[in-house]
Ligand binder design. Sequence first.
Ligand code: BG6
Length: 457
Amino acid sequence: MSRTLVVLGGSGDLTGRLLLPSLAQLTALGGPGGDVAVLAVSRQDWDDDAYRGWARDRLAAHAPEVDDGARERLLARLGHVRADVTSPAQLGVALGRAAGTPVVYLALPNTAFLPTLEALAVIGLPAGAQVVVEKPFGRDRADARALNEVLHRLVPERSVFRIDHFLALQTALDVLGLRFANRMVEPVWHAGHVERVDIVFDEALALEGRAGYYDTAGALRDMLQNHLLQLLALVAMEPPHALDDTTLPARKADVLRAVRPPADVARDTLRGRYTAGTVHGRRLPGYAEEAGVDPSRATETYAEFTVTVDDPRWAGVPFRLRTGKALGTDRREIAVHFRPAPGLPFAGRPPEPDVLRLRFDPDGIALELNLNGAGDPYDLERHVLEAPLPPRPLPAYGILLRELLAGDSTLSISDAEAEESWRIVEPVLAAWAAGEVPLLEYPAGSAGPTRPGTADR
Ligand code: BG6
């Protein structure tokens, strides 16, 4: 069945920075997605050639490693139509140019999702069509419901692909292999042996010119509501009996339903915003001084909360999720902290409990263990078993495009997951908006905000 990838927002940053480079890499590799026709739709007054010129520049900037042959083959498959994507008439004309079955990708600001889906619902889509929606999926649960309602009028749920590129990160997928393909892992993967789980995504990157989007989103909506809750779902879900588009999203939705939002927002959440500072030798202005930022919005660039998973496996185990921008160290990991070993026969101070770390970019796994040290045979020493993982052959967007173009939505966020994730964060958003939790400041390049009156982070 021939398909055309119809990219709404075809001249946007996401398309130029992530989608076109991933399509170029798929073209170079061959296989699904490697020869799909691409029709870009935007408000630019461009013909196909003008669009190809723009795309050529984007590929030179963001996919320099792709060979000339693959790049030219992709450019030859690109077309462009000018349209206001919220106008059913104009969108209808644009879709009329798509050969075969359309895969309609909303690479748009999230405020444009609903009017665009409404426009698509007016014109309708042919059988077999797919719809791909970027993140964040709305601004709250009511928005997510409204989006789901129109999507369900348009195409069946399994033809919807809600993007969360973290699901295609190698380390996220490694959670599945680690948990379900090793006899020694899953039996200890529960509250009886696990004391706490930290899911940390500290970034040295700052705003990087994204005020237009980020200043109305903030760290909680940008990262915790979607990416980090998805990681929590992979870590905490019950074993799926299959890795397919009904089972995996269903297992994740189940565990998200069991997540209790932070019980006490003042104690269980932390928000912050960076002030001027230096990150890796780069001098940064404070977030409030960045171009395009409206400081009165009090947008957070650091967000943290602790939740529990109210099910028999995880009762009482805190899951701390945190992310921040302009931090001194790129620390991106899922850290599973085990309970102390009982009944130690060793004298002296009890050793640190075991920690399993799944690291992102560079990807790797580290297991911190206690072993007998050299010299005194009964003296314990800390050792780390490190396994760096090979670099990924395809970026996360490349994997998602390959999967969705093959008609497989296993790595999509389901309708239920999207709504549950908003349910979890909404009380935090409301408490922060009401000023119940102070917006703390932290210098760019530091380790993030410190809880008032403590040295805690
Ligand atoms: C994006 C967020 O979805 O994920 C960014 O909008 C964030 O703010 C990024 O920096 C992190 O993912 P990655 O894969 O670029 O490290």
